[in-house]
Design a protein around this ligand. Structure first.
Ligand code: THU
Length: 140
């Protein structure tokens, strides 16, 4: 890897994104989506090399549905905390999808501006996925 490449690009090129996507697909297979029939899975690498994942869980009271990212963030904290460094979210066909707006906020809280997300238009840092984000610093 050339020294000329900055560390973000290096992380993107070296990282096994397909392996992380496979874990998101595995999580998606556990989705409970009897109302929308739209299954979602997500997987994230943590800064201690753990992988956490989640699937969407719907409810007869439609608005109570839990997005896949909510489950992943819960597992992140339940299994020891840490910061998300790489995340990918997939639909029922295993295709990469964009997290909804609320879930981008969850990713921001738990990964910050440098967390890398595989988006529908390539790998991007959260600073591009959620520009000018509201975060913990705003409460200081
Ligand atoms: N969904 C997620 O799990 N994550 C997202 O980022 C987008 C939407 C779920 C919620 C609902 O169960 C289904 O996809 C259809 O909106």
């Amino acid at each position: 890897m050339s020294d000329a490449l900055d560390s973000t690009v290096e992380q993107e090129l070296d990282f096994n994104w397909e392996g992380l996507r496979a874990q998101a697909v595995e999580a998606m297979e556990h989705a409970y989506a009897p109302y929308s029939h739209y299954k979602v899975g997500v997987a994230g690498l943590v800064d201690d090399n753990r992988v956490v994942s989640g699937c969407n869980v719907e409810n007869a009271a439609y608005g109570v549905a839990l997005c896949a990212e909510c489950g992943m963030v819960s597992e992140l904290h339940r299994s020891g905390g840490g910061r998300l460094t790489h995340v990918v979210c997939v639909n029922g066909s295993g295709e990469v999808i964009m997290p909804c707006g609320r879930c981008r906020q969850l990713l921001w809280e738990n990964g910050g501006p440098t967390m890398l997300l595989w988006t529908v238009s390539g790998v991007k840092p959260m600073s591009e996925v959620l520009p000018d984000a509201f975060g913990a610093d705003d409460l200081a």
